[in-house]
Write a protein that binds this ligand. Structure first.
Ligand code: MTE
Ligand code: MO
Length: 175
């Protein structure tokens, strides 16, 4: 009886080990590409860091407002240098919180006056507010930047078009 019990416990242990290794590997894989929900405490900073221009009005958006939306994080090496955990909100979530049509063409204008046309339906854009838990500032290509997690590997390899990876965003104009 004792031998039988210890045998089944041992068998169960191996099974448990295999299952947890499998889960662990899946988590690692998911982390590489698909952003995972992030649990950091949303910013309380209500000073404006982003302008949204609709046809009717100009809106000033703060970190607190952006980070009140569901937060996601993904790990990558950005082509401008920064590396680590990039966290923020899906652009689609911000648009719907701002009552902006997802199909709208958006013109993103950066602090260096770079501009790019973006359509949130074309790809899944993450609007990043943090790197490794710290708020992004102008010196690390913030206060916000657009990344496309699904393209991260291709961008790292230099094989993807990255004209829509706008950093240091100042203004979003809804066309
Ligand atoms: N703020 C800002 N974002 C930007 C750009 C820029 O000049 N300013 N250049 C875009 C372009 S055209 C490319 S190819 C990539 C890489 O820019 P880099 O070659 O200057 O590193 O970033 C994109 N995002
Ligand atoms: Mo470019």
């Amino acid at each position: 009886m004792g031998r039988f019990l210890s045998f089944s416990i041992r068998k169960y242990t191996w099974w448990l080990l295999a299952v947890s290794l499998n889960l662990f590997a899946t988590t690692l894989q998911a982390n590489e590409v698909e952003p995972v929900p992030s649990t950091f405490v949303p910013s309380q900073d209500t000073s404006p860091i982003l302008i949204v221009d609709t046809q009717e009005e100009r809106r000033f958006i703060s970190r607190a407002e952006i980070e009140s939306l569901p937060l996601y994080a993904t790990t990558l090496q950005h082509f401008k240098g920064p590396q680590g955990s990039f966290a923020g909100v899906w652009l689609k979530d911000l648009l719907s919180a701002q009552d902006i049509d997802e199909t709208a063409t958006l013109r993103f204008i950066a602090h260096d006056d770079y501009s790019a046309f973006i359509n949130s339906e074309e790809r899944d854009y993450l609007l990043v507010t943090r790197l490794n838990g710290e708020p992004l500032t102008l010196t690390d290509f913030g206060p916000t930047m657009l990344i496309v997690p699904a393209e991260a590997e291709a961008v790292e390899a230099g094989t993807a078009n990255m004209t829509h990876w706008v950093w240091s965003i100042r203004d979003i104009i809804v066309q």
